[in-house]
Design a protein around this ligand. Sequence first.
Ligand code: ZN
Length: 585
Amino acid sequence: MSIPTSFIDQLLDQTDIVDVVSRRIPVNKKGSNFWCQCPFHDDSNPSMAVNQEKQFFYCFVCQESGNAIHFIRRYENLEFVDAIETLASSAGMTVPYENNRLEKSKPSGLVEKAVKFYQANLNEKIAPKAVQYLKDRKITGATAKKFNIGYAQDKWDGLLNHLGSDTPSKELDESGLFSKKDDRFYDRFRGRVIFPIRNIKGDFIAMGGRIIDEGEPKYLNSPETSFFNKSNELFGLYEVKELEKNIASLIVVEGYMDVIGLYEHGIKNAVATLGTAVTPNHVSKIMRYTNKIFFAFDGDLAGGKAAWKAVENTFPIIREDMNVHFVFFEEGHDPDSFINEFGLKAFQKLLDESISLSSYFLSKVKEFNLETLEGRAQAAAFAIPIINKINNTVIKEVYASEVSKLCGMDIKSMDAPSSPSKRDDSERLIRSSSNTPVRVKAVINIFSALLAFPTIAQESIFDELKDDLKFSFLFVILDLYRQTPDIKPSRVIESLESEQIKGYFSEAVVAGLELSEKNALTLVNDCMDILLKNQKDREQTLKDKYNVRSITPAERRDLQQIILKKQEITDDDRNWLKKLSSKQD
Ligand SMILES: [Zn+2]
């Protein structure tokens, strides 16, 4: 499956990078840019510029730069497809995956074959106990089909034989479906009911197995593979998306039997983590599809711990428009057992009466003895590091002020220093770029002129640098502008190889110089003079070195090149060429 580039263009058109960034980090408008703290390097200064017109961000310190897709990928640590899904869902667009016939042998292909094989095994004849197990859990055939539930026979080579001996061992190895001993493969899943796990595109990527007879472990999951990262995936998310295009809310539970049990009773919007605590990746993935989340955990100690982990991992990415709630069950109950015993209405009542994220957090703070000074100090010490995880300034402020009230002290004063000095810093950063070497400055200015007036690329003035390999990057850029005058800056950057040049170009993009066409041309002429004069200086330096016999072979060749590239070669130049090519010195 792949995503058509026309869709990606359309998506970028309908996405505002300022919106994307500001939903995650506070930004301030200053001049033609929005400024924020860069999330990609450790800094308390606003070193990142976000340019709305160019739909582009650039960090003046770590030089990270790019478009909205790149920002999301880096910020949320996402694969390309997931980043597209994120932006598409905020833009209310559906990603049109196209079947790519070339992609037949995708690495997860074996998992799909295994799912079909196991599904076919789930019948009275082959697997009476597994069928009985599902009946006991009140899972109907329709639900089993919806979730592609299957059965792996208690054999060492059931799947192995089914796949056939011509399956490359590399594929067997990478599928996660087999264990390997003495160079031989064995079915990993044996005597288990199989719960296939799909990614958001619907590909089968892994599976979980519940043992039927006695044996350990009770639940077994696929190991992590190149296509299955359990801290990213949520069981059931694809199935929810299949039913509901705009998902009103999602219920996060701990196990796949909870998802399936709830589904059977009509709660069709549950997803499960796969044997891990809720990770920040999970939360950001969920937030792509809905802004209303219920965390529903078991009523035991482990459930309480899982809930707290969810709080900690939600805080860094929480936004004002998010609605996060917690549901706790009585000791001994999980979502599946609860709905089986008390039914749909009772479960819905639990959702209605769920506790909000803020109330849950504050209830934890209130567990300290706030009557005593020591208790209040402990409560503040507990709360401050967690509140400091919140990136959204408004929400952070609200939490800090609530906890300040409870603890009878101003906890903001213990916070890291923030806003007042920010503006000066962005100015300082812009100024600091004026300390860069003149040659670099000249290059950046040429970029600025090109960005303002792409037709400048047609000028012949650049030709004087044409044969100089050091400036080949300039001609890559000029060619792009000559071919596509309205090319987007992010496309230009993608075409550049050197990180340094990417940085210079990005700097020009966010600098956003306002120039008239005439001034732009003058600027280019001046900058070309600087670059060419630099060449002349270089020529003189090398000649001086030659005269004192300290020239290296590389410098000798460089000097030859400089002379050879001149438009007109004088007698003096000829003499120099003769000297440089003779071997006696
Ligand atoms: Zn940075």
